[in-house]
Every structure is written in structure tokens, then in C-alpha cells.
Design a protein around this ligand. Structure first.
Ligand code: BES
Ligand code: MN
Ligand code: ZN
Length: 492
């Protein structure tokens, strides 16, 4: 589904459905006022009757006369003073879902929020495209019968000739970001028997081919050469060969390099420290960090920012075979540190230990890892926030600035040395579990032990990677969380 920019007047546009928006508690302005006038005050009547208040994400469907369109959707922006770019994304998602119900083939809309806020028209168009493409996402690859939709085109109508360029580039960027997020969603929604480490590597190769990124895949033998005993330890319980996937984007030769390192654990059974059966199916989402990295690298490959980005996905299964890692075993990571295995279910930090050490060895000046790392994260923050654990406040500030652009929510957790004492081992340099208390911090800080002095931040997306509640631009299932924040970080 494409969004096409059309120069003209929304009142005269030939489309099946048109969408306009209005502010709560204010007079109709702009496109909504023009449409209202063209259909004999239909919108103002509904407002006068108190049927529609234009609260945020409120919609009303009208069947106008005097317009080419058969159906008219009005969506509420809420109060003008409280409008944000994130709300524009939501409004766009709400509107397209309402507009595309039924038989509409073509939906025409305008840039929402333009006349009633001080946001740049480019940012508004980007948010509109993002919200639209994100809201229309469905995962139906494995269903014989797909949901029927007659929607074939979304037209973004703008009268002013001078705004065409900004709107066009906003649409492009929004589409790229949403498609990257949808790619991450699909990788996460795919079942573990399809989405193996090998399949993740194939996806990376396809992204590289399509966008011109460089791609290297490290195989088991390469991992042995590098001494990646932590990653190899986790992988040894599975028949699926592990892959360390490297995508490289160079947009600022000679400049510093940001590494984004994702946990690509394609199924987490817990290993010998087996998880309970109930709910275990969801552990197909344990590669969501890796999916976010792949999605982000796809977008970066298309957007071509003036920066260098190293995208790394550490991909493995965690299974309980006869040769699997056992509690009490000790492994040696790439940087030489030894790790006592307390729980084979704390495998994410093991594979990431080698992932971040490899990123540093490859010359990364900044490392951000992203992982569905701990159940404790959901206990601490609920499902609304992802956690940050870091060794560098400047990098945290950059991540927060990136999240302010993407609309995703992150909360910084403490990183005091006291937590590190909880992961010291009597027999090795570290142990891989610090117990139940403070699990987000001990899990995160464990990974930080493998980056040396490099500025580093860890994003725990365990509670946010998958959702059972639908939101305006978020269907149930995988969210693709962190994809857009990582792109914003790379583009800053
Ligand atoms: N993949 C899980 C974390 C997880 C839990 C992700 C729930 C998504 C939803 C991770 O590998 C894990 O099992 N963590 C353990 C760590 C513990 C053994 C120290 C946990 O959180 O229980
Ligand atoms: Mn686990
Ligand atoms: Zn896991």
C-alpha cells in the first residue's frame, strides 16, 4: 500500500472515502471547514448535536452529499495545545482503520494538525505516513485465508504548491520507518521453527542486497576462532547453527561508529533450567532485539544518514539437549572473562557478552544493545516502558532524544556498583544470574562487563516487544519496538 501525494483540493478529490480532522472545542478550520461547507454543514451539525467532540482519536463516519466521496471520516485531534507528533501518528492510524473498513478502494486525507499547531509540515506528513503504514500491518503469512481489504491507495492531498517537497520527503521517511518496524514485527511474529538463526541471517543478506549495506555472517567455526565461548555455550544445546550477523553502513568515512547489537534468540526454552510450559510459546519473541536491529539497518540503508553504523545480531536457539550447557558450568567469553552459569535461562546476557565484545573489537565507539532480557523488566515498569541501563550519561541523553522523536518510551534504571557485586562468582569472574532482586540492573550490567570503557547502553525490551492490546497504530502481537528509536539515534 502506497501513499501518494496529490496537489489539489480535498473537496473535489475523486476518492471513495475522505478523512479530515478537527480540534476539540474549536471552530472548524482548513480542510474540515471546506468539506463541511461543500456538504451543507454536515460536520458542524453533528458537532452541534453533541454527537462528536473531536476528542483525541474519536472518529465519526458520515455519508455526505455534494462530494465525490461516498464516505467521510472526521477524526478528533483533541486539544490543540496538547497536540504532539506521537498523537498525529495515532490519529493517522485510527483514521485509516476507520476509513478502510467496508469497500473503500481509495482513501484521501490531508496533513493533520497543519493549521492548528506549529509543527513542521514535513514532520506532520512523516507521522501521518508512519501511523498509516503501521496501523495497516497484519501478520497473515501463514494463513490460507487472509483478511480481505479493498484498500488500494491512500492519497495525501495538499493545495499549496510550495509544501509539496517537504510533504513528499516526510511521506518517504515515514514509509521507510514504518516498513522497517513492520519487518521487525514480522520477524518476531514468525514462529520459531521458521525464524531460525539461519533465517535471520538470510534476512540480513536480503537487506544488504536491497540497500547496499555490507553483510558478513560469522559461523560456528568463526566464533571458535574468536573465542566466543559464551555464545557457543548457549548454542551447543541446539541443532540450529548459531549465526553472528554483521551489517555495516558507512555514511561518514573516518568518523565514529555506533554499534547496535540485538539479541536474536530465536527460541528460548530456558535450556536445562527449563521454563514452565505455560506461555513458553511466547519465547519465539526472544529475537525481538535482533529484529529491531535488522529493521533499523534496513531503514538506515535507505535513509543514508551521515554516520557509521554497525548492526550486529547474535542469533541462537536456547534448547536443552544432552550436550547443552548446565548450571555450574563455566564458559570463557571473547574478551577473556569467565562466567559461571547459574541459570541456563539467563542466556541472553551470555550471547550478548560476545556480541558487544565483538562490536568493540570491530572499532565501535558507542555500543547500544537491545534485548528481551528479563521478566523483571515487566515487573518493574509494566508494559509501557522499556528499560535503559548504561555506563554513559551522554549516550543515555542521546537515546532519550531519539525516543522523543520516535514516540517510544524508555526509562533509565540505576547502574550503581552495588548491583555488580550481585553478579560476582566464587569460581569465575562473573556469574550469569544475580537472583530475583534487581534483575533488570544485574542483567544489564552483566553485559556492560564486556565493552571495556566504551560508552554503552542496554535497552531491555522484554515487556514491550509483544502486546495483547491493540492501540491506534499497533495491532496485537509483535510491536517492532526500538526499531524507530535506533534509526533516530543513528540519524542524529
Ligand atoms: N527471554 C527471557 C526474558 C523474557 C521474559 C523475555 C519474559 C520476554 C518475556 C530471558 O532469557 C530469561 O529467561 N530471563 C530470566 C533471567 C533469570 C534466569 C536471571 C528471567 O527473567 O527470568
Ligand atoms: Mn532465558
Ligand atoms: Zn531469553
Amino acid at each position: 500500500m502506497n501513499i501518494k501525494l496529490v496537489q489539489g483540493d480535498i473537496v473535489n478529490i475523486a476518492a471513495d472515502t475522505i478523512v479530515v480532522s478537527m480540534v476539540e472545542g474549536a471552530e472548524l478550520t482548513g480542510a474540515a471547514a471546506a468539506v463541511d461547507k461543500a456538504c451543507q454543514g454536515l460536520i458542524s451539525n453533528v458537532v452541534a448535536q453533541g454527537e462528536f467532540k473531536a476528542k483525541l482519536n474519536e472518529t465519526i463516519v458520515l455519508y455526505p452529499q455534494g462530494l465525490q466521496a461516498k464516505k467521510l471520516v472526521v477524526v478528533g485531534l483533541g486539544e490543540a495545545a496538547k497536540l504532539t507528533i506521537e498523537k498525529i501518528r495515532q490519529i493517522a492510524g485510527t483514521a485509516i482503520k476507520t476509513a478502510s473498513k467496508g469497500k473503500a478502494g481509495t482513501v484521501a486525507t490531508v496533513v493533520h494538525g497543519a493549521g492548528v499547531s506549529s509543527f513542521e509540515v514535513e514532520a506532520l506528513a512523516e507521522a501521518l505516513a508512519e501511523g498509516t503504514v503501521l496501523a495497516l500491518y497484519r501478520y497473515e503469512d501463514l494463513k490460507a485465508k487472509k483478511t480481505e481489504s479493498s484498500l488500494s491507495e491512500v492519497l495525501l492531498v495538499e493545495q499549496a504548491g510550495c509544501k509539496q517537497c517537504s510533504i513528499e520527503s516526510g511521506i518517504k521517511k515515514g514509509e521507510i520507518l514504518a516498513q522497517a518496524t513492520n519487518l521487525a514485527r514480522t520477524l518476531v511474529n514468525a514462529p520459531g521453527n521458521h525464524m531460525t538463526p539461519t533465517h535471520m541471517a538470510e534476512t540480513a543478506l536480503r537487506i544488504a542486497q536491497e540497500t547496499g549495506l555490507k553483510c558478513t555472517i560469522l559461523e560456528r567455526a568463526d566464533m571458535e576462532v574468536h573465542g566466543m565461548g559464551a555464545l557457543l555455550g548457549v548454542a551447543q544445546g541446539s541443532v540450529q547453527p548459531p549465526k553472528l550477523i554483521v551489517l555495516r553502513y558507512e555514511g561518514n568515512p573516518g568518523g565514529e561508529t555506533l554499534a547496535i547489537v540485538g539479541k536474536g534468540l530465536t527460541f528460548d526454552s530456558g535450556g536445562i533450567s527449563l521454563k514452565p510450559g505455560e506461555g513458553m510459546w511466547l519465547m519465539k519473541d526472544d529475537m525481538a532485539g535482533g529484529a529491531a536491529v535488522l529493521g533499523a539497518m534496513q531503514a538506515i540503508g535507505y535513509l543514508k544518514p551521515k554516520s557509521n553504523v554497525l548492526g550486529i545480531v547474535v542469533a541462537s536457539e536456547n534448547m536443552p539437549a544432552g550436550g547443552a550447557l548446565k548450571p555450574g558450568d563455566v564458559v570463557r567469553a571473547m574478551n577473556g572473562k569467565t562466567i559461571e552459569i547459574i541459570s541456563t535461562d539467563a542466556e541472553g546476557r551470555l550471547i550478548l557478552a560476545d556480541g558487544v565484545a565483538y562490536a568493540v573489537a570491530q572499532g565501535a565507539n558507542k555500543v547500544v544493545d537491545v534485548a528481551t532480557l528479563t521478566g523483571a523488566c515487566g515487573v518493574a515498569l509494566g508494559q509501557f516502558y522499556s528499560a535503559i541501563v548504561a555506563n554513559d550519561e551522554e549516550l543515555v541523553a542521546q537515546i532519550k532524544a531519539a525516543a522523543a522523536i520516535s514516540g517510544e518510551r524508555f526509562w533509565q534504571m540505576p547502574g550503581d556498583d552495588d548491583y555488580k557485586e550481585l553478579i560476582t562468582s566464587p569460581v569465575a569472574d562473573l556469574k550469569n544470574s544475580g537472583g530475583r532482586m534487581g534483575g533488570v540492573m544485574t542483567g544489564g550490567l552483566f553485559i556492560g562487563e564486556f565493552v571495556g570503557n566504551t560508552p554503552w547502553a542496554h535497552l531491555d525490551i522484554a515487556p514491550t516487544a509483544y502486546t495483547e492490546t491493540e492501540k491506534p497504530y499497533q495491532p496485537k502481537g509483535a510491536t517492532g519496538v526500538a526499531t524507530r528509536t535506533l534509526v533516530a539515534l543513528a540519524c542524529k
